[in-house]
Design a protein around this ligand. Sequence first.
Ligand SMILES: C[S@@+](CC[C@H](N)C(=O)[O-])C[C@H]1O[C@@H](n2cnc3c(N)ncnc32)[C@H](O)[C@@H]1O
Length: 241
Amino acid sequence: MRMRKKRHLEPRMQACADVLLARGKPCKNLKEAAENYRFLLDYRTVFGNDGPVELEIGCGNGGFLLEKAGREPETNFLAVELCTNVILTAMERTKAAGLKNIRFLNIPAEILECYIPPHSVGVIYLNFSTPLPEKSREKQRLTSSRFLKIYDILLKKGGRIEQKTDSVEFFEYSLARFAEAGFTVVDVTCDLHNSSYAAENIVTEYEANFAAKGLPIYRAVAVKEGSPAKKETSTEIHHVV
Ligand SMILES: C[S@@+](CC[C@H](N)C(=O)[O-])C[C@H]1O[C@@H](n2cnc3c(N)ncnc32)[C@H](O)[C@@H]1O
């Protein structure tokens, strides 16, 4: 079912222009845009400082980043979300909270390279990305090899991807793709809320719904080559908690 367009969407988007860095596609063809269009962000101009930059893809209503940005005021956060209706809520909440360290891109993740300078991001958060189990939609999964190639370009040496999901199939798929793409998988848990990572975990909107239904939450970190000492963990997910 299609979500109904929010009331007064355009004037409300306009009111959030100061936190919105990009919207839509620069041209119809996504592949062409990803290859040819460049409007790289200057972080110093955007955030007014040289702090580290982290990125959430598919930020939804923004609950995760609002909490994260409040806890870590020295870090700058970029939030990417395809759906305008949804990102509007996240932007309005950010402004209401007075947070200065979050900016938004209302774009498909397929064209991240158009805006984000290579090797400039320390962490990419993938919180409850849509699993898209249909074989025909594999390329659209946010942990497919196509996206991992993009993340590899955006991440700094030693940077990492942090993934959480409720879908064991999607989790297994992602762990295999991370390893295949040369990432080192660490900190794997098949029951995040009952693990040693629970204390620092920020529960997202989707996560709260899944947890309320008693579903386990899977979480892993995929570290790009050149990381400082981090313990490697088996990707045999049934062995670890
Ligand atoms: C299942 S929701 C999860 C929202 C939030 N992260 C949470 O945990 O509550 C996934 C979000 O990812 C967004 N999304 C899916 N594919 C995307 C893409 N290629 N680029 C940007 N956003 C995408 C969707 O619009 C949706 O809001």
